[in-house]
Design a protein around this ligand. Structure first.
Ligand SMILES: Cc1ncc(COP(=O)(O)O)c(C=O)c1O
Length: 378
């Protein structure tokens, strides 16, 4: 007899990244140039001062990190929150470093889900981890459709009070992956009002909050902390996807529960990663540089896509959400582009509401974006 394993593993389609890696391998095998707009993993180097901070912090003896991370890191994060959002958070009670946003998002339902309130909501389309986190924690996933006609904001009035009363948590993400949409402050005010009235947790996933075009977007914590945690990441802000570093901040009751739960499954990141994170959260100049790089790529891609008559959304994050030409589906257009080694993700990979769109992550370098534009089918 072989162990039966968790049936969820058979039910879930292959994770996005796995599929994208396979597609990339196939494109590379063609021997022709590959323009990979698939996974949101930028190719610009991690700033030298961050790499140096890591190197300088590698100890002779490497011991277990604490559960809550170093006090230096929690203070650096609180400094960032003060500079960026004019927020004053207590580094001891209201901030918890984590090994990237993905890890934190996956663990949050494990502590937030109450058996009498099985419903957990997440946007459609969305980053796939929300649904999977809910399912692995034993919750009942429910989607909040995000549509172009509502500027990719959920209709919170469409959920009944009875449903909110059976809800443990809601995932929210602005600037949004995959649509690049932003949210006005009243969206978060309303969501947080509902959370307090009905007693559920709101998790605002904000890894793109520093990658904006134009005015900096607000952070959800500026609207309130009670019943709310925000999840931030250095992956995109500082070009540190490989470091695995982020933080959760907000309601101290949730932070305490997460800290206690973490003792069961792990510890904070390696001390040298935490030292690199201190350097990254303490500096804003490198982020300004990165915004300029993404703006240049956006200009090249936007002008081409609009020239060939495609409608494109996305003001934040580093994604372009492109409506496919008439007569195409997300999959057929992605396949047509793949014939030219232009790799994109069909919108349906992010949920049923993604039908009719493709997502471009502006991760290739600027010259590569220019080459992709030249190779784009008319
Ligand atoms: C919306 C969203 N949340 C979280 C993550 C994961 O970030 P991290 O690299 O910090 O785990 C991503 C990564 O693409 C994302 O798009």
């Amino acid at each position: 007899m072989i162990p039966p394993l968790n049936p969820l593993l058979l039910r879930l389609p292959a994770y996005l990244q796995e599929k994208a890696n396979a597609q990339r391998e196939a494109a590379l095998a063609s021997g022709r140039p590959v323009h990979d707009f698939g996974i949101g993993d930028p190719r610009e180097p991690t700033p030298a001062f961050i790499r140096e901070a890591l190197r300088n912090a590698v100890p002779e003896v490497s011991q277990y990190p604490s559960i809550a991370g170093t006090s230096a890191l929690r203070k650096a994060i609180s400094g960032y929150l003060r500079r960026r959002f004019a927020l004053d958070l207590d580094p001891e009670r209201e901030i918890l470093p984590c090994a990237g946003a993905k890890e934190a998002l996956f663990h949050l339902p494990l502590i937030a889900l109450h058996p009498e309130r099985p419903l957990c909501w997440y946007p459609d389309p969305a980053y796939p981890v929300y649904e999977r986190a809910i399912l692995f924690a034993g919750g009942t996933p429910r989607t909040l459709p995000l549509r172009a006609e509502r500027n990719f904001l959920p209709d919170l009035d469409a959920v009944s009070a009875a449903e909110w009363k059976r809800t443990s948590m809601v995932f929210d993400c602005y600037p949004h992956n995959p649509t690049g949409a932003g949210a006005p402050r009243p969206h978060h005010e309303k969501l947080l009002g509902l959370a307090r009235e009905h007693g559920f947790l709101v998790v605002c996933d904000e890894p793109y909050v520093d990658l904006y075009v134009g005015a900096p977007p607000h952070g959800a914590l500026q609207v309130g902390r009670e019943n709310l945690v925000a999840v931030h990441s250095l992956s995109k802000r500082s070009g540190m996807t490989g470091y695995r570093s982020g933080f959760i901040a907000g309601d101290p009751r949730i932070l305490r529960a997460l800290r206690e739960a973490r003792a069961n499954f792990g510890v904070a990141s390696q001390s040298f990663v935490q030292a690199a994170a201190v350097a990254a959260w303490s500096d804003d100049a490198h982020v300004e540089e990165r915004r300029k790089i993404f703006a240049a790529k956006r200009a090249v891609l936007l002008s081409h896509l609009r020239k060939i008559g495609l409608s494109v959304g996305g003001e934040g994050a580093f994604y372009l959400w492109v409506r496919v030409p008439q007569g195409e589906t997300s999959e057929s257009y992605a396949a047509r582009l793949a014939e030219r080694n232009i790799l994109v993700v069909p919108g349906t990979a992010f949920g049923a509401e993604g039908a009719g769109f493709i997502r471009l992550a502006m991760v290739p370098t600027l010259p590569d974006c220019e080459a992709a534009v030249a190779a784009w089918p008319a």
